[in-house]
Each structure stands twice: as C-alpha cells, then as structure tokens.
Ligand binder design. Structure first.
Ligand code: ZN
Length: 300
C-alpha cells in the first residue's frame, strides 16, 4: 500500500511488520502545521488498522526531529486563510465558535486529544529523535512507548521562557522529567541533555547520529519479535498503571490551565494574541538567547 502525504514519508520494513513514519518538512525543521498533524493522524490510524504492522517508528527528516508547532509559516497561513484552499478543519472543530471556546476546542482537537490518540494505538510505537526536540516536538515524542535518540539530541520546552505559557498542551513534563526538573526547565527555558534523559529512563538508547536510523530499526526488530498480545498487554499494564497514578486526569487538568494561560494573554492584548510578547517580558524571537543545557553549577 502506498499512501502519499505532503509532509510525511511512510516506509515499511520486514514485510510490513515495522512501519516508519517520517516527518518531512526539513526546511521548516519539521514544524508541525495543521496539515502535518492531520497526516500523522491518518498514518497512525492506517498503521493501527494493519494487522501485519507490529511496531511504528516516528522519525524526522533533516537536521532535527521537530521544532514544535508551526507558529506561522507561509504554508500554515495559506492553509488557514478563508477560501477554497482552506483546510476544512479551520472551519470546524471549534473554529466556528468564538473566544476562549474556539481556541480551546481547536487546541483540544489538534494538540491534545490527537496526542492522546497516538499514545493509544494497539501497537508499540518508537520515537526516533535527533537534534533539538522543542516544545510540541516533545509531545509527539512522549506519546510514543519508547524513545531512542541520537547523540546530538537535546530536549526543551521553551514556551514558558519565550511565550509566557505554562508548557505545551500535552503536559507530560512532570512524568517524564520529574516534578522539580519540570519546574526548573520550564522556568528557565534550559534544555535537558540526551545523557540526562537516558539517566532518567526517558530515553532507552543513544546512538551515533549517522547510525540512528539503522540501529533504531534493529531495536524495533527486537520489539517486533515479542508476541503481539504480550507487547500490547505490557504497554497497557504500564499505561493503565500511570493512568491510575493520575496521568490521564493530570493531563486533562493541565490542559485547562494551559487554556487559562492563553485566555490571560488574549485578554491583555488588544488584538487578542494568545501568548506573551516582548512587551510582556519575554525576549523578542529574533534576539532571544540560544537554548542551552541546564548545567549543575551554572546559574545562568
Ligand atoms: Zn496552546
């Protein structure tokens, strides 16, 4: 089966037992625009429907896995603009409502519940990441069951330091980084190194950059060899455990706080812009300092 997408590549290995979905907007550093999010959903559901597929790898083409959500590329603006070329989802799913309700519903559909859906396929998913994994890139990666990373990877949610927001919409931070580290990284905008992420258990393997794809496939082959019923029930036993520890409910609660945060900025700004600007105390995007890893003996 060949499906062609504008922003994804889909490859099959081992007679279809392993499906690799690759984000393919390298010039935009794999920024996730609406069309890409819709395509990921389509590709994930196709892999889910395919009984031959056992493991799904989610990777990124180019210099990095994903720079996060697309905050206004020309392509994204064209997809939003009213007219025959407008994506249907910019007229529906809350887009036809007003105010905080509209913003909340659009983010619920395209940043929140879709991410949860990608956490829940009846298959094992492996995020194959490299370079900086920023903000919304973390969400995509965290939705996967396992994460393998290249040696050049770092992880950063900069929306607190750069946009006056309390983290991205799918608030996995305390579960993935630990509660205090989550606060530190969100408050400073510093990144976590791949070695630290490995030490925490967030990352399972660290591979050389030029061997990442091949060695991720080898790792996926080991997982694919596990009987599918065992693989699924292992996944579910762990996911249901963290859900009973409060993961699912905490995500819902944090999403509402995220919407409160957007509403604050929308109320403060005459034009309704729903995030902080430089006049609110965050750096101008063009002059913002580079992201750097949190270091144990450096204050800033
Ligand atoms: Zn948001």
């Amino acid at each position: 089966m060949t499906t062609s997408y504008r922003h994804l590549l889909v490859d099959r290995f081992d007679d279809g037992a392993i499906v690799r979905i690759t984000l393919n907007r390298p010039k935009q550093r794999n920024a996730q625009n609406r069309r890409m999010l819709e395509e990921i959903d389509d590709a994930m559901l196709a892999a889910e429907a395919d009984d031959v597929a056992r493991v799904v790898i989610l990777a990124g083409a180019g210099s990095m896995f994903s720079s996060g959500h697309d905050l206004g590329s020309r392509e994204q603006l064209a997809d939003m603009e009213a007219g025959p070329e407008q994506l249907e989802s910019y007229r529906t799913r809350g887009a036809g409502r007003t105010g905080a309700e509209s913003w909340m519903l659009q983010e619920w559909h395209y940043f929140f519940t879709n991410t949860l859906r990608w956490r829940n396929p009846r298959k094992i998913t492996v995020a194959q990441v490299h370079g900086p994994v920023l903000a919304g890139g973390l969400m995509l990666m965290w939705a996967c069951d396992l994460i393998v990373a290249a040696e050049d990877t770092e992880f950063c949610d900069l929306v607190g330091a750069r946009m006056g927001m309390c983290g991205v919409e799918y608030f996995g931070h305390p579960w993935e980084f630990g509660p205090r580290k989550a606060k530190e990284l969100l408050l400073t905008g510093d990144s976590m190194t791949v070695d630290e992420a490995y030490r925490l258990g967030m990352v399972s393997k660290i591979f050389p950059v030029d061997e990442l794809a091949e060695r991720t496939l080898a790792f996926a082959r080991r997982i694919a060899a596990t009987p599918t019923v065992a693989a699924l029930l292992i996944k579910e036993a762990v996911n249901q455990t963290v859900d009973n520890m409060g993961f699912y409910n905490s995500l819902q609660a944090s999403f509402t706080l995220h919407q409160l945060n957007h509403s604050h900025w929308a109320q403060v700004h005459d034009d309704g812009f729903p995030a902080a600007r430089s006049e609110d105390g965050v750096p101008e995007p063009a002059s913002a300092p580079p992201i750097r890893p949190a270091q144990r003996s450096e204050a800033g």
